[in-house]
Design a protein around this ligand. Structure first.
Ligand SMILES: [Zn+2]
Ligand SMILES: [Zn+2]
Length: 137
């Protein structure tokens, strides 16, 4: 994959660069991601937190994840676009909302997670590795 990977929010106030290959890519169907995005799932790239640089104010909202530890969700305070996530249960990991990529064709999901919460009207992709909740480590 050509680096850096770049993206921005809807209004352009938040811009970022990722300077490492993503560790994983997937779709999260959990209820929190549905609420956060206003959509049926959140498409995410998992990257090393160190590999991300961003410009522009980000507002962080913290909610408790399934692990019992906080998941920080970062969005643009101007336009409300979901951009980043930081699950505190996984040190050094940042998720990036794939819909914010400048080139969305870079996103190639390998897995779909939290399918137990998937909306009944969502089309689940039978070609993806599927986890009912979080992936087993
Ligand atoms: Zn914005
Ligand atoms: Zn989720």
């Amino acid at each position: 994959m050509k680096l850096p990977i770049t993206g921005h929010c809807l209004c352009g106030q938040v811009n970022y660069e990722i300077n490492a290959e993503p560790m994983a890519m997937g779709l999260c169907h959990c209820r929190s991601c549905q609420k956060e995005t206003g959509s049926s799932y959140l498409p995410w790239l998992a990257v090393s937190d160190d590999a991300v640089t961003s410009q522009g104010e980000i507002k962080w909202y913290s909610a408790t994840g399934d692990s019992g530890q906080p998941v920080q969700r970062g969005f643009c305070p101007n336009c409300g676009s979901t951009v980043f996530g930081k699950p505190e249960a996984i040190e050094g990991l940042r998720s990036v909302a794939a819909s914010s990529l400048d080139d969305t064709s870079l996103f190639q999901p390998q897995m779909q997670i939290w399918t137990k919460d998937a909306a009944p009207w969502t089309h689940l992709n039978p070609d993806l590795v599927t986890f009912e909740k979080n992936p087993e480590n």
